[in-house]
Design a protein around this ligand. Structure first.
Ligand code: GLN
Length: 696
């Protein structure tokens, strides 16, 4: 550690000056905040600049899927504010952004930096922080960040011989597993409403049991550690039982959780609990989040939610209100290119309110809202969307780039643009999902179409449970009685279903699901005449063989004559466009299929199956074809969910299940989404990529 500025190597000083100068120039030319480009130049001149600037001071790193920017901001407040602490307030959380934040502050000034989940290891090694804060881990941008357990495993490796203190959320099993290799951890009971990514234990692949009182454990010994500080309603409660009231200006449970974690981290830097929480009370907006702004006749509260876990917290915040909710969805790099996650958000909670679907992927959202039974209207332009429902209060919730875009547009103080009256889609009833119900045998005389979603707790990572919702709703809209059963892995698979849907998931849970289904339950259902739709991990495991996380070969259920092996190329991630062979040899025709793929395994088809389609864009099976079918069993790599993006496929399955041709529906919104995705694929160029062919 250098004692004085004079000891700073010349190269570091030059690189720091260049970082600042380029950043300032970029701001002057209105090219952006300048933090990223300045940092990049600095790092080009001195690749060890992050280490050089970071090791000279106490550093706190803040990471996790949700709440990084807000927690960072609260922690800065607790440590004396922007004049006392270096920080990347605008959320530039890759190394270039961190370098820019450090370069802008005098040496030795403490730093609080939010770090992208993918970079924690690299940044810990470079700056050797005093404290690393782990907030939570859940599915987010699966195409870029990778599956959640892989992120947790990387955290674990990065923290194994960490010589600082980890401050970590005791209520998130993935975080606990990731942090528990660290020599010193301060556990915080911050709570966690979203649990769907931690049903399978990351340590042993067994089950994690969540008790009503918030405790949780797994048979292997992984369990909730005893926290030193707990969020209890509006109080932070210490291990000694002392209650300190939070009194935040920021709304919502999630911000109270962020605040107690920030308070624990501030404590590691010497701040007293009451004073730290008191200083946080003054924070009322964070980079536009939670701010209320006027735009013409509307008062808009700006909220950000970019994944199902974030939405779970926000739905609680929105609960009980009646203002229209404008939801902006984009799917650029920083959002993740696949908005299938919209199907994991419980939008059903917004029934009774009007929602305006906006942003570049408004069409995906509109279809999701239709199946959620939520009254809505689609207005792709975000500013027009704000005023669509007339004067008054509006709640805006955007995902990452949609939110940034809207803030930028609002900052330009635009003229209010009148919204053209778009048609309001009234809510139509959709079947309520029931969580496992008593078994019913075929031929019981019950005429309801029964759609069973197989183990969504294990195989629900990519939004594929939406396929079950689509089928049940499309049956109900045609006047058929329909029942949707979500069948979790802890119970016997209900029999008597007419259609079974099994979805995609991570390698570990995929294996767990295969082991459970080896009891023959799904095979019996198929033998009994049920239709099966199997997506990605589900497609792989209903075949003869599939690879586990380490590439070992595992026996599948043998319901489709396919074999899946680990591809040798890069993971297949991106939009897919696939042309069914014409005429499609099924009960009714299939239109061009669109979807999003994200898989490491590739699939070889045996003589007992026919490809579902030929790929025009994307990888699919890996040999120019996509999916497979035989009789009443259909496999595909497409997420989206595939039936939401391809209504003709949904109707093919219904026709197969009922033996009748389904009556036409008003598919205006589904057709709009399908058409928009075809056009997007056209812009990307129709091409077939074939990767990772098996050597033999
Ligand atoms: N884990 C499997 C693979 O990577 C399946 C992924 C998925 O279901 N999206 O191939």
């Amino acid at each position: 550690m250098s004692a004085a500025g004079a000891a700073v190597p010349l190269r570091t000083r030059a690189a720091r000056r260049a970082t600042l100068a380029v950043g300032a120039l970029s701001r002057r030319l209105h090219l952006g905040s300048g933090s990223v480009v300045g940092g990049r130049v600095g790092l080009a001149l001195e690749p060890r600049l992050l280490e050089r600037l970071g090791r000279d001071r106490p550093v706190v790193l803040v990471t996790g899927t949700n709440g990084k920017t807000t927690t960072t901001r609260l922690l800065v407040a607790a440590l004396g504010g922007r004049d006392a602490v270096a920080t990347n307030a605008a959320g530039s959380n890759l190394p270039a952004g961190l370098v820019a934040a450090l370069a802008a502050a005098p040496p030795r000034r403490p730093a609080v930096l939010e770090v992208d989940e993918g970079y924690l290891g690299r940044v810990v090694a470079a700056v050797r922080p005093q404290v690393a804060v782990l907030l939570n881990l859940s599915r987010d941008q699966l195409d870029r960040v990778s599956e959640v357990r892989m992120v947790a495993a990387r955290f674990r490796a990065a923290l194994a011989d960490f010589d600082g203190t980890v401050v970590a959320n005791a209520d998130d099993p993935l975080v606990v597993w990731a942090a528990s290799t660290a020599p010193k951890v301060v556990w915080v009971g911050a709570g966690q409403l979203w649990r769907s990514d931690a049903v399978g234990c990351p340590a042993c692949d067994g089950e994690i049991v969540f008790a009503d009182d918030g405790d949780w454990w797994s048979d292997c010994g992984l369990r909730r550690p005893v926290p030193a500080l707990v969020l209890h309603d509006d109080d932070a409660v210490t291990a000694a039982g002392e209650h300190v009231a939070l009194a935040l200006a920021l709304p919502g449970r999630c911000n109270r959780a962020n605040a107690v974690v920030a308070a624990a981290a501030a404590g590691e830097l010497g701040a007293e609990l009451g004073a730290a929480l008191g200083a946080m009370a003054g924070v009322d907006a964070v980079e536009g989040r939670f701010a209320t702004v006027e735009y013409g006749p509307v008062r808009v509260r700006l909220l950000l939610a970019k994944n199902p876990a974030g939405w779970t917290e926000l739905l609680e915040l929105l609960h009980g209100g009646d203002a229209p909710v404008v939801i902006g969805i984009n799917a650029r790099v920083a959002d993740g290119h696949d908005p299938s996650w919209l199907w994991d958000v419980d939008f059903e909670q917004l029934r009774g309110r009007t929602v305006v679907a906006t942003g570049e992927r408004a069409a995906d959202l509109a279809v999701r809202l239709r199946y959620a039974g939520v009254e809505h209207v689609t207005v792709p332009d975000q500013l027009r969307a704000l005023v669509q429902r007339g004067p008054g209060r509006v709640e805006y919730v955007g995902n990452y780039t949609a939110f940034q875009d809207l803030r930028r547009s609002l900052a330009r103080r635009p003229q209010v643009v009148a919204a053209t009256a778009a048609p309001l889609h009234r809510a139509s009833d959709t079947p309520k999902a029931v969580a496992a119900s008593p078994p019913r045998r075929r031929g019981d005389g019950v005429s309801a179409l029964r759609v069973v979603v197989v183990h969504p707790d294990l195989l629900g990572t990519y939004g594929d449970a939406g396929n079950g919702r689509v089928l049940a709703a499309r049956a109900a809209w045609r006047g058929m009685a329909a029942e949707l059963v979500l069948a979790p892995s802890g119970h016997a698979l209900p029999d008597g279903g007419d259609v079974y849907c099994i979805g995609g998931g991570e390698d570990g849970p995929e294996l767990q699901a295969a082991e459970r289904l080896a009891d023959g339950s799904l095979a019996r259902a198929v033998d009994g005449g049920a239709v099966l739709l199997a997506v990605c991990a589900g497609y792989q495991l209903v075949g003869a063989e599939f690879p586990d996380a380490s590439g070992g070969c595992r026996p599948g259920l043998g319901l489709l004559d396919v074999v899946t092996y680990k591809g040798t190329g890069r993971r297949a991630v991106g939009e897919v466009l696939a042309e069914p062979r014409r005429p499609f040899d099924g009960l009714i025709g299939l239109e061009t299929l669109t979807g999003f793929e994200n898989h490491g395994g590739l699939t070889r088809l045996g003589p007992g199956v026919t490809p579902l389609a030929d790929t025009r864009l994307g990888v699919g099976n890996g040999d120019g074809t996509e999916g497979a079918w035989s009789g009443r069993v259909f496999g595909t790599y497409l997420h989206g969910p595939v039936l939401a993006r391809n209504p003709s496929f949904a109707d093919l399955l219904l026709a197969t299940a009922t033996g009748t041709t389904p009556a036409p529906l008003d598919d205006e919104e589904e057709e709009a989404l399908h058409g928009e995705r075809l056009r997007a694929a056209g812009r990307a160029g129709w091409r077939t990529r074939v990767i990772g062919r098996r050597a033999s």
